[in-house]
Ligand binder design. Structure first.
Ligand code: FDM
Ligand code: MG
Length: 212
């Protein structure tokens, strides 16, 4: 239908440290949008359901060991294998609320000491987010929240390095939300920012590509 073709969905990415509240805010956002008549889906990276995703999961749970460059490229491949579906969903009017994306990909690998330009290279040509909302919390505060789950990167010293690389990656287009506020306040702020973004995309803001 012509109408459908005219209004595309928005690619919304939530980023932040582990325990910053991304996952709960992502599901709340999807319910909120659906309640406002916006077709929306919750996505997450890594997507552990694919073959590549299972290799990533084995690495994160310490059941396999991989070279830092190798795992970086697997995370990227895991986004590439979802790219065409992502584009189809957006073009047919579905908004995607994505729990981590290329920005985590670069931030976590750069935190290990890999060159940031090298980290960005395999992401070139993926769809760029229409909105990156960064849930801001200090590594210390995050680690005090109910403890980490025991996966490979869930350690305070490493999360401090990740926070530093997010600072380097961060640009003026990102919306930074204070993740230490009560959960309902974070939720309200996100709702407003995301709804604005959905409206802009509906009006015809073109999709763009990484790394821009
Ligand atoms: N992570 C996530 C990366 O290192 N690179 C990536 O490209 C992505 C998407 O994987 F520690 C890290 C971030 C986190 C771990 O993510 C698993 P979830 O969101 O906790 O499942
Ligand atoms: Mg985690």
């Amino acid at each position: 239908e012509d109408n459908k073709k005219e209004s595309r969905g928005a690619l919304v990415v939530l980023e932040g440290l582990d325990r910053s509240g991304k996952s709960s805010q992502c599901s709340r956002l999807v319910s909120y949008l659906e309640g406002h008549g916006v077709s929306a889906e919750l996505w997450r990276f890594p997507d552990r359901t694919t073959d590549v995703g299972q290799m990533i999961s084995a690495y994160l749970t310490n059941t396999s060991q991989l070279d830092d460059h190798t795992i970086h490229l697997l995370f990227s491949a895991n986004r590439w294998e979802k790219r065409s579906l992502m584009e189809t969903k957006l073009k047919t009017g579905t908004t995607l609320i994505v729990d981590r994306y290329s920005y985590s990909g670069v931030a976590f690998s750069a935190a290990k000491g890999l060159d940031i330009q090298w980290c960005k290279a395999p992401e070139i040509g993926l769809l760029a987010a229409d909105l990156v909302a960064y849930l801001d919390i200090s590594p210390e505060k995050a680690s005090e929240r109910g403890g980490y789950g025991g996966e490979r990167y869930e350690k305070l010293d490493f999360q401090k390095k990740v926070a530093e690389s997010f600072k380097v990656l961060h640009d003026a287009s990102w919306k930074v939300v204070d993740a230490c506020q009560p959960i309902e306040d974070v939720e309200k702020q996100l709702q407003e920012i995301v709804l604005n973004c959905v409206t802009e995309c509906r009006k015809g803001k073109p999709l763009s590509l990484l790394w821009s």
